[in-house]
Ligand binder design. Structure first.
Ligand SMILES: O=C(O)c1ccc[n+]([C@@H]2O[C@H](COP(=O)([O-])O)[C@@H](O)[C@H]2O)c1
Ligand SMILES: Cc1cc2nc[nH]c2cc1C
Length: 380
């Protein structure tokens, strides 16, 4: 199923992109006056292969939930059972994601891909548990490659079902205590950044816990043989062996899909894998995906490593306060729509962006051209 999905992905259509850019310039507004909104609409035209692209509505949110063996390293102040408790909260409508989704008119699906407890059946819950949480990524691989592929395929199936039910925009969210540690490890591996630069404060941690978290990510890369031997560019002369801020090294994984899967299995979480699959299906079906924060971004890095063209079908909903997220967006060449210092996950940033994405596309459908409206253009 993964191979079939990858085979169906096409990059942005260059003709639709050019047509959309030209169309933007004929609309009754000064050229470029809608700023990044114009870019989003043009991007979605390229993704759809049509100008104007369809308005990406209705949308559907999937929150992928999983637990993490690295929780045992003390990288987060929250007990692991908060993951399962928050799943119950999503299902009863009491989380921030539910409030934002209600405001945006978006239905919420919760997917158990690896929560460390059994969940009772409930409306809105999809059960695709791969295991009761990952193994501790700082001691060895977090999961097997087979588990990684099964989690990717769970994301593909969820996206396929949502699209079959009528979704024309997919929103990727996550829930998993300790998942910002796994996210930082993935971002470090796939962007070639030093762990110190991409490991943040997650749900909110003190300096000592943050130091431990950075060391845990560093150890995970070493133990799993994902450390690049190349010195980080710009690190020379620091004398400390610690790369200076802004130093980059080549990504520790190459471009082959098997290397990407190995890296995902080594330091990822089940929700990262599922989000990657969710993105790949959206790309294959030409249904745009709005990305959320650090965790969805790390999932997008995995999807990009499997097929870079998948990112042509993604929009960055927002920029999270987590430092690794900005690094991720830069690496993927994505510009976030919303920057409100959110650091919650659950799909919340992406949900806030959805009306903006729809408005950007609606402009291409509804706004009159200078010719049609009889408005005089600026003399050249
Ligand atoms: O989306 C983000 O950028 C984001 C940033 C910080 C925290 N989170 C959420 O917080 C949880 C992980 O935080 P932590 O500190 O336990 O690693 C997980 O449930 C995420 O959804 C999410
Ligand atoms: C309460 C709580 C809600 C969350 N939502 C996403 N991650 C979360 C982490 C915590 C701790």
């Amino acid at each position: 199923m993964l191979a079939e999905t990858l085979a169906a992905i096409r990059p942005a259509d260059q003709r639709a992109l050019a047509e959309a850019r030209a169309h933007q310039d004929r609309l009754t507004k000064p050229r470029g006056s809608l700023g990044a909104m114009e870019d989003v609409a043009v991007r979605l035209a390229g993704a759809a292969g049509a100008c104007p692209p369809p308005v990406p509505s209705p949308a559907a949110l999937a929150i992928f939930a999983a637990d993490h063996g690295v929780h045992a390293r003390g990288v987060t102040p929250w007990p692991q059972e908060v993951t399962v408790q928050m799943v119950a909260n999503f299902l009863s409508g009491g989380a921030v994601a539910n409030a934002f989704a209600a405001e945006a008119g978006v239905p919420v699906t919760v997917v158990d891909v690896g929560v460390a407890a059994d969940l009772p059946d409930a409306p809105g819950l999809v059960k695709r548990k791969i295991a009761y949480g990952t193994a501790d990524l700082s001691q060895g691989p977090a999961m097997t490659v087979d588990q990684a592929v099964r989690a990717l395929e769970a994301g593909i199936v969820v996206a396929r079902n949502l699209v079959a039910e009528g979704a024309r925009c997919l929103i990727a969210g996550d829930m998993g205590i300790a998942n910002t540690t796994a996210s930082a490890a993935l971002v470090s591996v796939f962007t070639g950044s030093d762990p110190a630069e991409v490991t943040g404060r997650g749900t909110g941690i003190d300096d000592r816990t943050h130091e431990r978290k950075v060391a845990t990510v560093r150890k995970a890369l070493q133990v799993n043989g994902l450390h690049s031997d190349e010195p980080a560019a710009g690190a020379e002369g620091s004398g400390s062996g610690v790369p200076s801020p802004g130093a980059t090294r080549p990504p520790s994984v190459g471009t082959s899909p098997s290397e990407a899967l190995r890296a995902l299995a080594a330091v990822g979480g089940f929700e990262h894998a599922a989000i990657a699959g969710f993105i790949l299906y959206g790309a294959a079906a030409r249904v745009p995906v709005i990305l959320d924060g650090m965790i969805a971004g790390a999932g997008a890095l995995v999807a990009a490593a499997l097929d870079p063209a998948a990112i042509d079908h993604c929009v960055a909903g927002h920029r999270s306060a987590e430092p690794g997220h900005a690094v991720t967006l830069d690496h993927l060449g994505l510009r976030p729509l919303v920057d409100l210092e959110l650091r919650l996950g659950e799909g919340t940033g992406a949900l806030l962006a959805h009306p903006l994405v729809c408005a950007a596309v609606r402009v291409m459908h509804d706004v009159a051209t200078f010719d049609a409206a009889g408005v005089t253009e600026k003399p050249v």
